[in-house]
Design a protein around this ligand. Structure first.
Ligand code: MG
Length: 190
């Protein structure tokens, strides 16, 4: 039995340890066991492909090359979630040698990552990502990306952070040879 110091400790009430509030009321306190994961992905920009990021088709002369739709943002988030679970990367679950994933929409990968969390009785706390692209401008598409990613993960848009930066003209991203994305995910595995 734990004595809560203030009535505000009731905010922790849920399933778990029984607590006695200062008022004498018995409540339950829940704990979370947050695991974090990190993800990174990059795809080359080539002619003749659609540019899809965060499930949004963005008008651009070049698109990202890859076996699936090459959505580097969704792939990075997927790896971050899998990393939080201690699982291997996205390629383990969806090998690029499998014709089923040829040009597949990357939301299916996010759905699988979310399913892996659910399988363990866990919950996604939040994901946060940064897209590194010299061009095109990502900001106008972020709201829609958030909606797509939240829907695929079955979480609120408030649990999804997306930011974008150029690479100041430096490196492969700066030369517009490719687009990269990095992400972190926090998963409550209780
Ligand atoms: Mg990828």
């Amino acid at each position: 039995m734990v004595i809560a110091r203030t009535p505000s400790d009731k905010r922790f009430a849920g399933s778990g340890l029984r607590v006695q509030l200062a008022s004498g009321e018995i409540s339950r306190i829940s704990f979370c066991m947050v695991h974090v994961g990190i993800g990174y992905d990059v795809h080359a920009l080539v002619a003749g492909r659609k540019l899809i990021l965060g499930g949004v088709e963005i008008p651009h002369p070049n698109g990202l090359d890859g076996h699936s739709d090459a959505d580097a943002l969704m792939h990075a988030i997927c790896d971050a979630i899998l990393g939080a679970l201690g699982e291997p990367d996205i390629g383990h679950f969806f090998p690029n040698t499998d014709v089923r994933w040829k040009n597949a929409p990357s939301k299916v990968f996010l759905q699988e990552a979310a399913a892996q969390v659910s399988k363990r009785g866990g919950k996604i706390v939040n994901v946060d990502a940064t897209v590194i692209a010299q061009a095109p401008k990502i900001f106008p598409h972020i709201a829609k990306m958030k909606g797509n990613i939240a829907a695929a993960l079955a979480v609120s848009e408030k649990q999804v952070g997306i930011k974008a930066t150029t690479n100041e003209g430096l490196g492969f991203a700066g030369r517009e040879e490719g687009i990269a994305a990095m992400a972190v995910a926090a998963v409550d595995l209780q």
